[in-house]
Write a protein that binds this ligand. Sequence first.
Ligand SMILES: *Cc1c(COP(=O)(O)O)cnc(C)c1O
Length: 388
Amino acid sequence: MALLQPRPDACASTPVAPELRVDLDAVARNTRHFVGHTRVPVMAVVKADGFGHGAVSVARTALTHGATWLGVTSLAEALELRHAGIAAPVLSWLNPVGTDFGPAAAHRIDVGVPGRDHLDAVAAAAAPGEPARLHLHVDTGMTRDGCGFDTWPELVRAARDLERRGLIEVVGVMGHLACADEPTHPANAAGKRAFDAATDLARAYGLRPRVIHLAATSATLTDRSTHHDLVRVGAGLYGIDPSGTTRLAGALTLVAPVVSVRTVGAGSAVGYGHTHRTARRTRLALLPLGYADGLPRAASGLAQVAIRGRRCRVVGRISMDQIVVDTGHLRVRPGDVATVFGPGRDGEPTVAEWAHWSGTIEHEIVTGIGARVRRTESAATPLLRSIL
Ligand SMILES: *Cc1c(COP(=O)(O)O)cnc(C)c1O
């Protein structure tokens, strides 16, 4: 965020250092896809600095293109949005019980509550005459965040009592599915049943939550019965579909300038541990980014980048600050631009490929780009022009 330097023409210029280019138009298109796919409001999930894309810019883009809520984990993330002047409803669902919840009430930020201790902490921070807005979070079978079923009745009863005293308002009930990326997984049906039972119980105890929400990206795309009153979309905004059912637009391009180029003979050992030896006389290019910048070391020996429109293998171990690329007989020169990953339209590697090479998921690649990589962004097409 601090490093974000908007430059409308950024994508046209030649980088002098590694640069992460955020295509907000892709975020806008993805947002519109979800808005058109459901009849209920869309919450844009912008946690972890908007999955590494810039929380404030993504939030503004998503709101302009039809999302009406924002979702984050920590209260600090929510406050960053408010301090940027964003007034839309914001839900923050993961905070230690010792968090100062006063600013949540003061800035009309909804908080997720997974148990009694949190309920009491949030209620204690409510200002007189202004009940704290909260969403009770039930564990629908993930055994991670959320209130277990055994203590749910007690939580609901306590919330009702605090609501009657005017200290809190139970705005919503939320759950989260563990296996929604596999639409036929039996845990989905079980999770939905548990969620229905939990919301029924909340109503039976006298609560009137208006915003019932369960679905994240995968369930939004694959199962309308999970949509309820709101869908919480994170990954999908950034072009990631864990369910593998929908083509969305990747929004990130990571580029780096070639620092130096050398011709070496056959049998040259490259990098730490000499894990690679050149098979023939070839040209090696050095790029100034490594695992400190988010290129997983686990991708050593597998990864590729694109230079001058051609795929080139990353050879030897990925170091902290640098990688070596075998460019064969390409006429590569210092200052040429390598594309580490991008949306794939020009044959460059994608985030999905980097995830595959690293034995991880796309989420981890996009959220892992290091702080010293300069961020630039290109603006979304104005809404009117994008519709015409
Ligand atoms: C991250 C998160 C989301 C968004 O999930 P995606 O699969 O990225 O859409 C929704 N709800 C909760 C509770 C989350 O932690």
